[in-house]
Write a new protein. Structure first.
Length: 188
């Protein structure tokens, strides 16, 4: 298994130059609905994301700034983590992954925050059912996180970012969860 390090200053600069092309291609990170509710959460680990997940899951009600409901969001986030272990159904080309995709990941890692289309499914992923029961979706995401944390086999390339080591994948998952969870807040 190839060990990768966090991006160098040169790769971040190259990534920043490539980023406009990344977003013009569309759907790069797989999931941007603009909304007035964006708490701009930042998680650097799945443990931090799990704390917010539990807080939101325990709420009597949530406000939302996204097209997907809470259950669909949980299922989508679970899919992403599951695919990192099983393989993504429709990966972008190796050229895309090694250029635009890895540059975008480098910029996100440098910023500590991901932004992506919050209403676009992962390419090739099963459709998200609108009526999934919350307990089932929550349990699925919790199981995906636990499975990833215990995973000792090689991880599959991210459909857009390409090869990531376990630490990079955890950061990618944590940033992905933060971006989605930022669109929900507890009703007081």
């Amino acid at each position: 298994m190839k060990t990768q390090t966090l991006p160098t200053r040169r790769s971040i600069v190259v990534g920043a130059l490539a980023l406009p092309a990344t977003f013009s291609i569309g759907g790069m990170a797989g999931c941007q609905g603009n909304s007035s509710l964006d708490r701009q959460l930042v998680f650097s680990s799945l443990a931090a994301a799990e704390q917010e997940l539990q807080r939101l899951a325990a709420a009597k009600g949530l406000t939302s700034g996204t097209v997907w409901n809470w259950d669909q969001t949980l299922a989508h986030c679970a899919q992403s983590i599951e695919f990192s272990m099983q393989g993504f159904p429709e990966p972008k080309s190796k050229l895309f992954q090694s250029t635009v995709g890895s540059a975008a990941f480098g910029v996100f890692a440098w910023r500590g925050r991901m932004t992506h289309d919050l209403a676009e499914p992962i390419p090739g992923a099963p459709l998200l059912a609108a009526g999934d029961e919350g307990v089932v979706a929550l349990e699925r995401l919790q199981n995906a996180i636990a499975g990833f944390q215990q995973w000792t086999k090689p991880l599959q390339p991210h459909f857009a970012y390409g090869d990531l080591d376990k630490a990079q994948y955890e950061l990618a998952h944590a940033m992905h969860l933060a971006n989605h969870f930022s669109q929900f807040n507890v009703i007081s």
